[in-house]
Design a protein around this ligand. Sequence first.
Ligand code: ADP
Ligand code: MG
Length: 244
Amino acid sequence: MSDPLLSVRNLSKRFGGVVANDDISFDIAAGELVSIIGPNGAGKSTLFKTVCGVTPPRSKRGPDSGKVFFRGRDTSGFAAHRMCEAGLALVFQETEPLKGMTALENAAIGALVRTGSFHEALRLGGQALERVELGHRADIMVDELTLAERRRLEIGRALATEPVLLLLDEAMAGLTPTEVQSAVALVQRIAGDGVTVILIEHVLQAVMAVSQRIIVLDRGRKIADGTPSDVVADPAVITAYLGS
Ligand code: ADP
Ligand code: MG
């Protein structure tokens, strides 16, 4: 078996008295499509932010303990822009497109990681918009896009950085069932293009539809890691969701 694309080793992160991530380990192979689920506050977003080099202000970058390896390198504590250059893109739960700009300009910002030419960035941004089926909305100001379109634009901007690993934090929250269906199709298309994808997602219908594997967090700890059918039948998972 080849080396994992991403390897998280014994990662812990606390905020004051709160242990947001408690000794979490897992590997992600190139080409996998994995979901991370768990109740609110389980530590999912913290995990993504530590892996991708973003941590809140005044907090030390990287894990408090443990390691992150990406593409065979120890990237623990790497800044976000270095992770991005290395091929990792994250769409934050809180992210909103930049106001006062068009959809194309927003997507082009992602491409600036790969090129110093603004002209080339616009070209790559245009390609990224096509991938998320927003090509027809290129010249629309982001303020006029629907919620579903803004979510796709964020994914487009991430794709414009040409990631090998894409982390999506609740990219489907607030979407209608029809919009969720097309978001699921989009994620499958991105994975089909060879991008490894990890989703944090609450929309269980989407999780079950796309995931080859599901990792479950609860109160900072990893409590399950397996196929969708194994994970939903796992007593520890049922307890975490229904309360003990
Ligand atoms: P999830 O994404 O699974 O809902 P989070 O990773 O956002 O969970 O949060 C995990 C825990 O860490 C929560 O108790 C949350 O309040 C806490 N936490 C997250 N970010 C911060 C922060 N910047 N400062 C203080 N506490 C935080
Ligand atoms: Mg979260």
